[in-house]
Write a protein that binds this ligand. Structure first.
Ligand code: HEC
Length: 109
């Protein structure tokens, strides 16, 4: 019984705190070889630019299926692989990228 309660609490905890910090870790493990966050130029765009120019929903859509989205995003070809990420991981990474820039291009007057 005790184990079940502890398991439930920790599962809830993961959901409550599943967030930007986790997204950062997932980014380092899955995206950082191709996407920098310090203004650098790697294979893909720096995530600060992505954060400034893209909506969270679009960032998620790209992560889920780059091939389906590359034309809509303005690319001629798709080199980014579809990564085996879980739904909650996609959510956390998108939250992390979204948090990098609080001012967005669509806020410009
Ligand atoms: C093997 C290198 C590689 C990895 C790993 C990679 N990407 Fe990409 N990504 C690219 C490239 C290259 C593009 C440019 C478009 C294309 O080729 O699909 C891109 C484009 C994108 C875009 C669209 C950017 C824009 O605004 O135009 C997003 C969002 C994105 N990647 C997110 C991610 C996330 C999140 C991860 C990690 C979960 C990741 N990528 C992992 C190479 C990569």
């Amino acid at each position: 019984m005790k184990t079940i309660i502890i398991t439930i609490i920790s599962l809830l905890g993961i959901n409550l705190f599943a967030d930007i910090e986790n997204g950062k870790k997932l980014h380092l493990a899955n995206c950082a070889i191709c996407h920098t966050t310090n203004g650098g130029m790697a294979f893909g765009k720096d995530f600060n630019i992505v954060s400034y120019t893209r909506k969270k929903e679009d960032i998620k859509a790209y992560m889920k299926d780059p091939y389906e989205n590359f034309k809509r995003f303005g690319y001629d070809a798709n080199a980014m692989p579809t990564l085996p990420l879980k739904e909650n991981e996609i959510e956390d990474i998108a939250d992390y990228i979204d948090s990098l820039q609080t001012f967005k291009v669509w806020m410009k007057k």
